[in-house]
Design a protein around this ligand. Structure first.
Ligand SMILES: [Zn+2]
Length: 216
């Protein structure tokens, strides 16, 4: 990513891709990129079709917003919290993808039913505790749950994925939503046959040796 314009364009592209691929709807969901001491993040309440690179908001490391522009996404504290805690994260995708949200509303994490669950950075995709959208409590709970991971579900809310760049975070979100759909499917036919801890350990090790790929 060479400059600020590229970063802004990538945010618009990923928000549109989330919408086009059915991972998000309307004004829900938000996307950010680490920038300077803070981040560039989607504005509050703008649908993907109307999103432009100029409407992307810079929020500095103290949570201050540049004057005269759009308001940042209501979940800006969650995004800023990720960048503060996770030096390995340069992109964050949050969405209300359907199957991830179904599980999150049922109070379930994604268990180790498929080796690709490990793209989330662990043997399972954990569930962060519920708190009101846009609250400090939600931001804290999500950042704590993400400890060492690249994705988690958010109780009664949705999904968040992080990555070394925004495209990577998007790929993680897409894969975790696929795993959520597969898990929901298995629950209709008696539940999954889980992979054991040793096997998930081997997969996690292989993913780390192969450059932490998100595409298997
Ligand atoms: Zn949300």
């Amino acid at each position: 990513m060479s400059g600020e314009q590229d970063a802004r364009d990538s945010i618009v592209a990923v928000m549109r891709a989330l919408d086009a691929r059915g991972l998000n709807r309307g004004t829900s969901g938000n996307v950010s990129v680490r920038w300077k001491d803070g981040m560039l993040i989607t504005p509050s309440g703008v649908v993907p079709d109307e999103l432009t690179s100029e409407s992307i908001v810079f929020v500095d490391g103290n949570g201050k917003v540049s004057q005269g522009g759009f308001r940042p996404s209501s979940e800006w504290q969650m995004h800023l919290g990720v960048y503060a805690r996770r030096p390995d994260a340069n992109g964050v995708v949050h969405c209300h993808a359907r199957y991830s949200t179904i599980l999150a509303c049922a109070g379930r994490e994604i268990p180790s039913l498929h080796y690709m669950v490990a793209v989330g950075g662990g043997a399972t995709v954990p569930l962060a505790p519920y708190d009101t959208f846009g609250s400090d409590g939600l931001a804290q709970g999500v950042v704590d749950t993400l400890d060492g991971r690249r994705a988690c579900l958010m109780a009664n809310h949705g999904l968040i994925a992080i990555g070394p760049d925004l495209r990577f975070a998007f790929a993680i979100a897409e894969e975790i939503e696929e795993q959520a759909a597969v898990y929901c499917g298995t629950l209709m036919i008696g539940g999954p046959q889980l992979l054991d801890t040793d096997e998930m350990g081997r997969v996690l090790d292989a993913f780390s040796r192969y450059g932490q790929r998100a595409d298997g």
